[in-house]
Design a protein around this ligand. Structure first.
Ligand code: BG6
Length: 255
């Protein structure tokens, strides 16, 4: 914290908090666009934050992404956290295995010596497949756990970056561009006003569900995500934002 004072990060946190409707802002030094270790620092900050909020019976829902992978990397066993259950927030969203929520969820549980349950559902579900899958007892059970999670930890992405990273169809790509999506979280795409303009069809947590979750922690950094963070937060359920200096300075318009 002495370091934070010295670097002026405390002031920056206050400034970002005054600009966004968030509960709390935690900023780490550096810009993860330029220095990969900054992601790990956000991971460390997130783990510390989770530790404060977790209790023995907590159910933690997590999304995928490289930032969440960094959070998983920094996870440590905590005697207070033995009964913790990790679940993926949503089903398949078209990510590579290492970026998938299932992978991250299992890794977090392993590192924290907690338990985990996975959601085995394919990407690009048709309406019929979706309807029958959610009736499958095994899926239903995990869905029930996901919906009763007390903590959600998630990443935020730039809309086009995410649409390109997932193998988004030409049709959906057109839609995402035409509707000026700038942010992505949980498989939802948002425009500058924070309105949903497109959504990937999968099961798991829906945006409405997040409003009922006790603690929501969003982890996203890098100057390139400033626009996405700002847009997403406009209408997002009240969250704790963990970000880096790069994103924060871009957000506040500071050099
Ligand atoms: C995805 C999440 O896996 O990761 C997205 O489902 C999120 O909601 C994205 O936007 C962020 O990825 P990264 O690699 O920038 O942390």
């Amino acid at each position: 914290d002495v370091m934070k004072e010295l670097l002026g990060l405390k002031d920056l946190e206050k400034k970002v908090k005054s600009l966004l409707p968030v509960e709390e802002v935690i900023i780490v030094a550096g810009d993860s666009d330029l220095s990969p270790w900054v992601k790990k620092e956000m991971g460390r900050a997130c783990v510390a934050c989770m530790k404060e909020k977790l209790s023995d019976q907590s159910i933690v829902a997590v999304t995928g992404g490289t930032t969440m992978a960094a959070v998983a990397d920094m996870m440590m066993p905590d005697p207070k956290q033995h009964g913790i259950l990790f679940v993926p927030a949503r089903g398949g969203l078209g990510e590579h295995v290492e970026n998938q929520a299932n992978t991250i969820c299992a890794k977090m549980a392993e590192k924290a010596t907690g338990n985990y349950r996975l959601l085995h559902v394919p990407d690009h579900l048709s309406q019929e497949a979706y309807q029958s899958l959610i009736e499958e007892p095994a899926v239903k059970e995990v869905l029930q756990l996901i919906k009763s999670s007390n903590i959600v930890v998630h990443g935020i992405g730039d809309a086009i970056t995410m649409a390109e990273r997932r193998k988004t169809s030409r049709e959906d790509m057109e839609k995402i561009k035409q509707r000026h999506a700038v942010a992505e979280a949980f498989g939802y795409y948002f425009n500058q006003a924070g309105e949903v303009v497109h959504k990937v069809q999968t099961i798991g947590i829906q945006l409405e569900d997040i409003k009922r979750v006790q603690h929501v922690i969003a982890v996203a950094g890098g100057a390139s995500k400033a626009k996405a963070i700002k847009a997403y937060m406009k209408q997002a359920p009240r969250s704790i934002l963990i970000t880096d200096e790069g994103a924060a300075r871009a957000l506040t318009g500071e050099p």
